[in-house]
Design a protein around this ligand. Structure first.
Ligand code: AMP
Length: 121
């Protein structure tokens, strides 16, 4: 499967769709999810063109992978959820309900979230 240059997050990276920048560096961009599922719900995306976690893990450079996870930690700190805790969700492929085909992590926090998966939805 080829990377789709017209996906929403590619457009956000190119500045064609607005997003509030919570964090940005050479490797990653973080912005609020438009449909938040928790008091803190931030999306973080790599700047490189990777479709999913599998694609990112297989083909991103060590610098890109390290940069992405360092940025993720920086976002949690900036959002003041480092101490209270947070959940990271990366959907990959049809069974996961991944909607946007640019690798992204959801960072969720600000409330107790229960154990792993909701049973409905
Ligand atoms: P996923 O199901 O993991 O692909 O999640 C995609 C997420 O992108 C959903 O939670 C959407 O609410 C979110 N989303 C879609 N469009 C935008 C946008 N323009 N700005 C911020 N978040 C968005």
């Amino acid at each position: 499967m080829a990377y789709d240059n017209d996906n929403i997050f590619a457009k956000i990276l190119r500045g064609e769709i607005p997003a509030q920048k919570i964090y940005e560096d050479e490797y990653a961009l973080a912005f609020p999810d438009i449909n938040p599922q928790a008091p803190v719900h931030v999306l973080i995306i790599p700047k490189g063109q990777y479709i999913s976690a599998a694609d990112f893990g297989a083909y991103a450079s060590p610098q890109e992978i390290t940069g992405f996870y360092r940025a993720l930690s920086a976002v949690a700190k900036k959002m003041n959820i480092e101490e209270s805790g947070y959940r990271i969700i990366c959907n990959a492929g049809p069974d996961s309900h991944q909607l946007v085909p640019h690798f992204h992590a959801h960072i969720l926090g600000g409330q107790k979230m229960g154990h792993l998966l909701a049973t409905t939805g």
